[in-house]
Write a protein of this length. Sequence first.
Length: 254
Amino acid sequence: MEFIRAETVTMDFGGVRAVNSVDFAVKHGQIMGIIGPNGAGKTTFFNMMTGFYRPTAGRFFMEDQDITGWPRHRIVQAGIARTFQNIRLFGNMSVIENVLVGEHTNIRSTLLGALFRTPAQKRDEARAYKKAEELLDFVGLLEKKSEYAANLSYGKQRRLELARALATEPKLLLLDEPTAGMNTSEAISVLELIHTIRDTWKVAVILIEHNMQVMMGTAERIIALDAGTKIAEGTPKEIQYNEKVIKAYLGEED
């Protein structure tokens, strides 16, 4: 069953068309990859799906509900979480505080409860803290929970971003180049973690990645974009040998 789909989604910036009538669909629990050269429209597509941009044309549907143009907080509450190409952590907050930020959409306490420290408020905070510890343990960062996020290595910061995204209890996880800047062993470790996340939480995953080794070993289906237009869709093997994809990455001799 389709979990989320895009129908002829288009994004214009002035006279520049960044995304051109793209269609796609992702099933529950599926790992979908998006590839393409720099400037192909991959991150713009994520930004439309998560409410940073409203599409110029076309619609996004989540389980047949039109979510086009929803504000970002409502999209998160509906079950869509993301990480960013450039790490966006709160460096002067502790590791566990960063994860707790991701849990704010699920906090049920009221303003009065927070002011007067009611028993319900304390229970809510205890539940959130326990869940944050479990997520940090899952991504291998529990022993770092009291450290400042800025003091983590690059690879561990990426893992912290994943934990914070999972704290929102997503049904769909959007990962924008999660292995950027990593060496091969770190990238493979993240690849394994993505599969474990999918298998543990049964979430769908859409992955943008320039590391083709990671992409081919992670995604079950891949969409290729070039200059904002979808030029191919298929299994990793089909994409690997697609002439349009090869031309987009390597060019074509005269």
